[in-house]
Design a protein around this ligand. Structure first.
Ligand SMILES: Cc1cc2nc3c(=O)[nH]c(=O)nc-3n(C[C@H](O)[C@H](O)[C@H](O)COP(=O)(O)OP(=O)(O)OC[C@H]3O[C@@H](n4cnc5c(N)ncnc54)[C@H](O)[C@@H]3O)c2cc1C
Ligand code: FES
Length: 313
């Protein structure tokens, strides 16, 4: 991510994308807020992978499963731009009020390195919630396919579907739930299967794959999906988040089989609310051609059938 201009926002205010009416983005980010986010703590959950807890009541009250937020350091200008992270789950106080959120992150570069050194009490800059989020899946066999750190958005997805947590302001009500849920989770090796315990939820069947065979299926998590698709009760909906080659493989399996699938893209982003166009992805148009769409406002979740990966363009 290269450093240019920091996004123009006022602290604690509505993100002002409506000042750009030609973009027509108001429906997507009208309610996004910026607030100081105090680090309440963090823990190492796998090599190079952390779970961090932030106090940020305004964002926590509104955020939906699959949405994301941007984080930036308040006392450093390097890196200058914010970085996007997905909601893992919201945190409530003793009275049941949302006071903050948890997210998981993988240390890959400048900002995530900085995050890993943040002690409790450090205050960061957060803005969100951003993006479209996952629509609740209320029937059929839901298969979730996650790779690497791409598993984190599905904690909130599952808790909402199972009636274990409620999200959004006003609170989103979900009527109905899938008759079967299979969570397929892949990593390079066993000790990188971070947060497995979060998915041990009633009614969720977990299937694991590792590239080196140290846990579960020896091979790709998409092999697990392929087997599931050949079973007596194949998935009727697939949600997916993870490395691009994995999402492309999920697309190649689900689209010909006409199984509705949604991919959560992790395009690098600079502003998160539609102003800079640094996050564009190629998205299929109704006439069969493709055009660029901003992952931060029109995504990050797109129908698998509409995504045109670079390798296929
Ligand atoms: C909607 C969304 C949600 C995300 N949620 C999470 C999350 O919950 N947890 C998490 O760990 N990460 C998540 N990411 C990815 C995360 O934003 C990047 O890992 C982060 O920005 C890296 O910042 P950095 O300064 O540490 O790395 P940088 O110093 O900016 O980059 C380090 C290396 O990583 C590469 N890189 C940076 N960003 C990306 C990216 N998005 N995709 C592929 N390569 C990249 C760079 O090209 C470079 O090679 C998400 C991304 C998006 C778009
Ligand atoms: S990140 Fe700026 S337009 Fe998407």
């Amino acid at each position: 991510m290269s450093g240019d201009q920091a996004p123009q926002q006022e602290r604690g205010s509505i993100v002002s994308v409506c000042d750009v009416p030609a973009l027509g983005l108001c429906g997507q980010v009208l309610s996004a807020v910026e607030e100081p986010a105090e680090v309440l703590g963090q823990e190492l959950i796998a090599p190079g992978i952390y779970r961090m807890r932030l106090r940020c009541p305004q964002v926590a009250r509104q955020i939906l499963p699959g949405q994301f937020f941007m984080l930036r350091s308040l006392d450093r200008t390097d890196p200058l731009l914010g970085r996007p992270f997905a909601l893992l789950d919201i945190v409530r106080d003793a009275a049941g009020e949302p006071i903050g959120l948890d997210f998981g992150y993988h240390v890959v570069g400048k900002f995530t390195n900085l995050l890993s050194q943040c002690a409790a009490g450090t205050v960061l800059d957060i803005w969100g919630p951003l993006g479209n989020g996952f629509a609740p899946v209320t029937s059929g066999h839901l298969a979730i396919v996650a790779g690497g750190i791409g598993q984190t958005p599905f904690v909130a997805v599952l808790k909402e579907l199972l009636g274990l947590e409620r999200y959004g302001e006003p609170t989103r009500s979900v009527s109905g739930r899938p008759s079967q849920i299979t969570f397929c989770y892949g990593a390079r090796t066993k000790n990188l299967l971070a947060g497995m315990e979060w998915f041990q939820l009633p009614g969720v069947e977990i299937r694991v794959a590792t590239d080196d065979g140290t846990a579960g299926h020896h091979g790709f998590v998409t092999d697990v999906l392929q087997r599931l698709m050949a079973s007596a009760n194949p998935p009727t909906t697939v949600l997916c988040c993870g490395p691009e080659p994995m999402m492309r493989a999920v697309q190649k399996l689900t689209v010909p089989a006409q199984i509705p699938a949604w991919l959560s893209l992790e395009s690098p982003m600079a502003c998160g609310f539609g102003a800079c166009f640094s996050c564009v992805a190629r998205i299929r148009q109704p006439d069969g051609s493709w055009d660029y769409r901003r992952t931060c406002v029109e995504g990050p979740i797109f129908p698998a059938a509409d995504v045109v990966f670079e390798a296929d363009a």
